[in-house]
Design a protein around this ligand. Structure first.
Ligand code: FPP
Length: 249
């Protein structure tokens, strides 16, 4: 996709939304206020992504490790997802956004699971931005679930073990029908991947910004895209020699 600003716009942007707690702490506010403002930043970012011509936006909202947080904070984050889906679904659908939830649904409360399924079903036919909310998501967990599905297929004779390749594993990931992210952004100055899209981000560019997630705005988003456009993506190959083109960019 071309941006008209001197480089391509990534099709798939994935974001590790970090720093809600510190944002609140710096202002003497409870952590929950940081998460509440984080939800506002999430809404803003969805609108900006649509606007900027991005095809897929994946947001890390709750990791498989986040269960270790105090029970009250876990419940609050579950409530925020519930609130978001209930309150924003009509608007998202009207904006032609297709909602997906990636991650393990097993441990979610039955009503939350139903809500999520309803949101996906209602927006399935939408053709605009694909919004993938990673909730109760961990990349290792996702890969283990895919490996388990492959093993079951092999045990049932549906798959020949020797025929298992990268495509076979990719096809069993939660993101099976999505392109890999070209750009992963992490806010708050932390420079870790934290079990996010480990398989899919194999060739992604990373942008780390000191901006705390509640402050992530259009300018911060555009700045990350501008950094991405300056990078040279070689996928293990060589740079394109001047005046020549290569098959794999
Ligand atoms: C990281 O900040 C953020 C999270 C663990 C949750 C992300 C949640 C939102 C952006 C709100 C919207 C949520 C949903 C479910 C739609 P942190 O708490 O780790 O911040 P810290 O590192 O400063 O403590």
């Amino acid at each position: 996709m071309s941006s008209g600003q001197g480089g391509p716009t990534p099709t798939h942007v994935a974001i590790i939304m970090d720093g809600n707690g510190r944002w609140a702490q710096m202002r003497g506010l409870p952590r929950q206020e940081g998460h509440r403002r984080g939800l506002e930043a999430l809404r803003r970012t969805v609108r900006n992504a649509s606007d900027l011509g991005i095809g897929v936006l994946t947001l890390y909202s709750f990791s498989t490790e986040n269960w270790r947080r105090p029970q009250a904070e876990v419940s609050f984050l579950m409530g925020l997802l519930r609130h978001f889906v209930e309150k924003d679904l009509a608007e998202l659908s009207a904006a032609n956004v297709q909602v997906r939830i990636i991650g393990s649904r097993q441990d979610l409360a039955p009503d939350l699971r139903r809500l999520v399924e309803h949101a996906e079903a209602r927006t399935r036919g939408n053709t605009g931005l694909i919004l993938a909310i990673a909730f109760n998501y961990g990349a290792r967990d996702e890969i283990v679930r895919a490996a388990r599905a492959l093993a079951a297929d092999a045990a049932a004779g549906r798959v020949e073990p020797r025929a298992i390749d990268e495509a076979a594993l990719s096809a069993r990931l939660d993101t099976h029908d999505l392109p890999d992210p070209e750009l992963v952004i992490r806010t708050s100055g932390e420079t870790r991947i934290s079990n996010f899209l480990l398989w899919q981000a194999a060739y992604a560019e990373f942008v780390f910004t000191p901006v705390m997630w509640p402050d992530f705005d259009r300018a911060a988003f555009e700045d990350a895209l501008a950094q991405y456009r300056q990078r040279e993506r070689r996928f293990g190959g060589l740079s394109t020699p001047p005046g020549r083109s290569v098959g794999v960019a």
